[in-house]
Design a protein around this ligand. Structure first.
Ligand code: S3P
Length: 184
């Protein structure tokens, strides 16, 4: 990506920008930022966990416990496929979704923003591990170390967001979008 920047008003005037996808570890603030970003751009917002819950009528933790992680990942892939690469939309991903190569492939033509946090920040931010099954069992340091190279390899933009307010991150994302964003 080029280093030249775009302003808020530039982006709102552009009718054909690619889907913006937010990725990162649990607790990175993907859904919060996604909501703000979509509101700011007047664009539809999707959240892969919410899509799964709407499609199945079940909570993520319930699916993990009773169907297992492999089934959850299939549902996640289907949910992402249903909205993947729709231009002029914002999509927040579950933190493990990009570990599957076929799910990464769905997002090949999108603009992926990686919100990077440390394992320590993730632990501190996850107030209720009951909602996040992996937070109950997995070792965050090891899981993040496994995932980090993949997040980085697919990202068009990488932002360290430890200790940052979502409104500040929003301004940083908008400022860093390349000037030719609508031609990507
Ligand atoms: C997961 C992250 C969760 C959710 C599920 C699995 C993961 O989403 O998809 O609990 O594997 O990291 P968030 O990243 O929004 O917490």
């Amino acid at each position: 990506m080029t280093a030249s920047n775009s302003t808020d008003s530039d982006l709102q005037d552009r009718p054909h920008w690619p889907q913006i996808v937010l990725t990162g570890f649990m607790g990175a603030g993907k859904s919060t930022l996604g909501t703000l970003l979509a509101e700011h751009l007047g664009a539809p917002f999707y959240d892969s966990d919410s899509l799964i819950e709407e499609a199945t009528g079940r909570r993520i933790a319930d699916l993990f416990t009773h169907e297992g992680e492999a089934r959850f990942r299939d549902l996640e892939h289907q949910a992402i496929a249903s909205v993947a690469a729709q231009p002029c939309t914002v999509l927040a991903l579950g933190g493990g979704s990009l570990m599957r190569p076929d799910t990464r492939q769905l997002l090949y033509s999108t603009y992926i923003v990686y919100l990077a946090i440390s394992a320590e920040t993730a632990r501190g931010r996850i107030a209720n591990p009951a909602d996040r099954p992996l937070a109950r069992t997995a070792r965050f340091d090891e899981l993040l170390a496994l995932r980090e190279p993949i997040y980085r390899s697919v990202a068009s933009m990488i932002l360290d967001v430890d200790d940052e307010l979502p409104t500040v991150t929003l301004a940083r994302v908008l400022a860093k979008l390349p000037r030719n964003f609508d031609k990507l």
